[in-house]
Design a protein around this ligand. Structure first.
Ligand code: URP
Ligand code: ZN
Ligand code: ZN
Ligand code: ZN
Length: 508
């Protein structure tokens, strides 16, 4: 039968893949190399009721415990994808992976938690949050939320506080592009940055100059360039660099940390590098498509083939990919997301006569762990401990040590990874509901052989055993480590103003 009966044929809540035998509440993983962000060691991992109870050599247990042999393999924290869009209404349609199918795909690829972007409903954050709570009821793995801010008034400002203090959201995304729908202006961005700072929430930006993109799109249409290549040509890297620089400077003016999502170009990356070098707290998130692909697919003569690569900011010319990898390996960029936001060929065809109508987004939630391993670890650019930090541990969202760690007391979200096996990506065998895959045909070294989510074996022997409703919402507290020292820097700045301003005032 099918590896996963829901792939492509819709969602059957009551019958799909529920296998009580797999959900023994006690597991012992034996003989593997346990990898955390700071160290690796040969040890056994014992799990009870969804939580890691012990990590040490030669654990002895009774015979009511399910044994998993990890000899010669790595035992690592399940991946955390910090950037996804499941069941998102966008560009006149809705992404085809929902909280069940997208998460099932994630689990098949070794990711056990994702953070999705809540879109407000008519500007209301509370209504948006409630809508996403409903969408996420069918979850089969744990998830958290960021929230987009798309307008500004007293009630948005008030609702941001509710989100942070009552709903477990510690990050807000501002879209500097998508003019006419999600885009905000500098005035709103400034208000938002100030509010984020006072709440201890992380401000995130989609950094492209939306007004200039609008101009660029008009220019392409006037030139008669209506195909998917027009998407890339209309929004060049210079517009990503400009918006990244502007957001960084405004965040410095406010003195609050900034997170730049989907860093796709050298231009944006170099702005981040420069700011970090000067001591500013800026986080840069590349996504898998930007790390491993170039723009050549956008020129494919077949519309559907080309349209599957359309995302924003666009996938860049060859060279940006390698530069982003190098930036990740040297710590200029800190963690890898996917921006998993998938539309099928029928939806992509909305833009057959006009690239501006192609729904923006590519896949990656299932492929991220394998592609980052192959591209970064197999190539020698990063270590295995770096891999765990970049794909899972990064402390930014305040999830550690509950998530992103193989430690006693951590949630039992675990993968068994065989570095001597191999993977192959196929649209025909992936677990997402979409019918195309931007990584189709890619092969590489390493394979996620087992995924354990919440103490349950959900992926083993290339089979998914996922349970709708078993995933939990994970609240994320504010004031992550990025906020350390902000108040001291503010106090120092204020006292530096006292002396000269006081002298000037008394003299006049
Ligand atoms: O093309 C993209 N990136 N679609 C998802 C929305 C966003 O901008 O992250
Ligand atoms: Zn099934
Ligand atoms: Zn974006
Ligand atoms: Zn996104």
């Amino acid at each position: 039968s099918n590896q996963f009966c829901d792939a492509g044929i819709g969602y059957r809540e009551s019958t799909c893949g529920i296998s009580p035998s797999s959900s023994s509440s006690k597991l012992l993983i034996k003989g593997g190399t346990v990898v955390n962000a700071h160290q690796q060691e040969i040890a056994d991992v014992y799990v009870e009721d969804g939580v890691i109870v012990a990590v040490k050599p030669n654990i002895k247990v009774g015979d009511d415990v399910t044994l998993l042999d990890a000899t010669g393999k790595y035992i690592m924290p399940g991946g955390i994808d910090p950037h996804t869009h499941l069941a998102m209404e966008f560009m006149g349609t809705e992404t085809i992976d929902d909280f069940f199918s997208g998460q099932a795909a994630a689990l098949a690829g070794g990711t056990t938690m994702h953070i999705d972007f809540v879109i407000p409903v008519n500007g209301s954050l509370v209504a948006g949050f409630e809508a996403y709570e409903r969408k996420a009821k069918k979850s089969c793995m744990d998830y958290g939320f960021h929230m987009a801010i798309t307008k500004w008034d007293e009630s948005v400002s008030r609702e941001m506080e509710i989100m942070v203090n009552e709903k477990g959201i510690n990050s807000f995304k501002f879209f500097m592009a998508y003019k006419g729908s999600l885009m905000i202006n500098d005035e709103l961005l400034l208000q938002g940055l100030k509010r984020c700072k006072s709440l201890g929430a992380l401000a995130m930006v989609h950094a492209e100059n939306g007004d200039a993109v609008f101009e660029g799109q008009k220019r392409m249409i006037e030139l008669g360039i209506t195909g998917p290549e027009g998407h890339a040509l209309s929004r060049p890297a210079v517009l990503e660099g400009e918006a990244t620089a502007r957001a960084i400077r405004l965040a410095r003016f406010v003195n609050t940390p900034l997170y730049v999502v989907h860093v796709m170009s050298i231009d944006a990356m170099e702005e981040i590098a420069k700011a970090r070098k000067s001591g500013q707290k800026v986080i840069g998130e590349p996504v898998v498509s930007g790390l491993v692909l170039d723009d050549s697919g956008l020129w494919d003569p077949d519309f559907i083939t080309a349209a599957k690569y359309v995302m924003s900011p666009p996938i860049r010319e060859s060279g940006h990919d390698k530069a982003l990898q190098a930036a990740l390996s040297t710590g200029v960029l800190q963690l890898v997301g996917t921006d998993h936001c998938v539309f099928n060929s029928t939806q992509k065809a909305f833009g057959i006569d006009d690239f501006r109508k192609i729904p923006n987004g590519v896949n990656g939630i299932e492929e991220r762990m394998h592609l980052v391993w192959d591209t970064m670890v197999e190539s020698g650019q990063i270590s295995v401990t770096d891999y765990v930090r970049i794909t899972s541990t990064e402390w930014i969202f305040n999830l550690y040590p509950r998530k992103g760690a193989i430690l006693a007391g951590s949630d039992a979200d675990i993968i068994i990874f065989n570095p001597n096996s191999s993977f192959e990506i196929r649209a025909s065998s992936h677990h997402s509901r979409t019918d195309t895959n931007v990584f189709d045909g890619r092969k590489g070294k390493g394979k996620v052989e087992v995924t354990i989510a919440g103490g349950r074996v959900v992926w083993q022997d290339d089979e998914l055993k996922v349970v709708p409703g078993s995933g939990k919402y994970i609240e994320m507290p504010p004031f992550s480590y990025l906020f350390n020292g902000i108040d001291k820097a503010d106090a120092k700045y204020l006292s530096s103003l006292q002396a000269p301003v006081g002298r000037f005032n008394s003299a006049s």
